[in-house]
Design a protein around this ligand. Structure first.
Ligand code: ZN
Length: 408
């Protein structure tokens, strides 16, 4: 019975576990001028970023490791809602290899309508990835690094432009989603990935026909982490309200490999491992829109280490528009595992309840049979003989009554 009570407690905790708040962002401009706050940079010299860009040495830097056992559930964190993401194919979007990543510019008509205290407007999206030797997400969850990470960058329209907003507290928001190898191609990423060869060299640009940008994000936008941080590239402005989704996005191994081995950075070298090491929290709180602490802890994976094979299609079989949720993956894998764990606990509770119901039904029948026998003993010998003869026929009758019991 204590197990049943534990199950009910977990049910209650899960029911309470979700919320909303606000988040951060990231930038695409990289000053070329010399001197503090300017100059070229690369992922090979991250330790020198702070000497050229003072904010990179600040105490609210990104990315971070999300320790799920230290997150705080915030009941104010509402599901993220997006508006205007299904773009007409006639709309041309600029795609560029800027030497650090591939950037897809987005119309400002794409907005975050809910999930933050104010509206944010889109500016661009880009990706971070690793190499065939190791994963390359920027954020990590309980020490685990994922294969890649999508960043959709937004700005607060209270400011004139993203260049102004990125210098103001709360000026930017970034929606981040982990990319993970799954069993099949993710068709939503094809419009972007098939253009990569067109921007192979640093500085190359092309255009992409408008498509459903929302398809690049997880199908579930209600479970996420939120914290205040920075751009993960110089100038590292600490003005980003970050949202890191719990559900991952699945791409095929072929698609991830294309990302890892197509683009070039400086000196025509392959652009790989374009992620910044995780930064100290310095006392910052990471909020969760759900009861993340219920997630099973995952074994930490050293940076650059091979990711465990976790083909974990989640339970979301449909996207909000009713289309099949192709490519929707398990979350920072805690999600699917958590959901699985929760389902198992729920099954335990239900099994306990049915067990009790069965026992009560059986007891009632025993009492009934006992009373019937007592009545029979008070009848005439003839009647007793008749009933005795029919006793065995009563057995199936009891079974017939018992059968529906457990089915209740
Ligand atoms: Zn980024």
């Amino acid at each position: 019975m204590s197990r049943t009570r534990l199950g009910f407690s977990l049910l209650l905790l899960a029911a309470l576990g979700w919320s909303d708040d606000e988040h951060g962002s990231e930038d695409s401009s990289h000053p070329k001028k010399k001197g503090p706050g300017h100059g070229p940079w690369s992922y090979a010299d991250v330790a020198q970023w702070a000497s050229m860009f003072p904010d990179c040495g600040g105490q609210m830097q990104s990315p971070i490791n999300i320790d799920t056992s230290s997150t705080s559930v915030s009941l104010e964190l509402q599901p993220v809602e997006l508006a205007g993401y299904r773009l007409d194919p006639r709309e041309q979007l600029r795609l560029e290899n800027n030497g650090h990543t591939v950037v897809l510019e987005l119309p400002s008509s794409l907005t975050i309508a809910s999930g933050y205290p104010q509206e944010y407007r889109a500016s661009q999206l880009h990706l971070h990835w690793g190499s065939p030797e190791g994963p390359g997400s920027e954020h990590t969850v309980d020490g685990r690094r994922y294969d890649g990470e999508l960043h959709v960058v937004y700005y607060n329209p209270s400011y004139q432009s993203i260049k102004e907003a990125m210098r103001q507290p709360g000026g930017l928001a970034v929606l981040a989603a982990f990319l993970q190898v799954g069993p099949e191609d993710n068709e939503h990423y094809q419009p972007l990935l098939e253009q990569l060869p067109e921007v192979q060299e640093k500085g190359k640009k092309t255009t992409v026909d408008g498509f459903d940008i929302k398809g690049l994000l997880p199908t579930s936008l209600s479970r996420y982490y939120r914290y205040s941080g920075s751009l993960t590239t110089p100038p590292c402005y600490q003005t980003v309200n970050w949202t890191v989704f719990n559900q991952t996005v699945l791409l095929s191994q072929k698609q991830i490999s294309l990302l890892e081995t197509t683009l070039q950075g400086d000196h025509e070298e392959l652009l790989q491992n374009n992620f910044r090491p995780t930064q100290s929290l310095h006392g910052r709180k990471v909020l969760a829109s759900f009861q993340a602490a219920l997630s099973p802890r995952q074994a930490p994976i050293p940076d650059g280490g091979a990711p465990p094979v976790t083909p974990a299609p989640d339970g979301n079989t449909e996207s909000p528009d009713g289309a099949p949720g192709a490519g929707a993956g398990c979350v920072p894998c805690a999600d699917a595992e958590q959901q699985l764990g929760f389902s198992l606990r729920t099954a335990d509770v239900l099994a306990g309840l049915f067990g009790v119901l069965f026992a009560v039904t059986a007891l009632a029948l025993l009492i009934y049979v006992h009373k019937q026998r007592s009545q029979n003993q008070r009848l005439s010998p003839q009647a007793q003989g008749h009933l005795h003869g029919s006793h065995h026929r009563q057995e199936p009758g009891i079974d017939a009554v018992l059968v529906p019991g457990p089915g209740l």
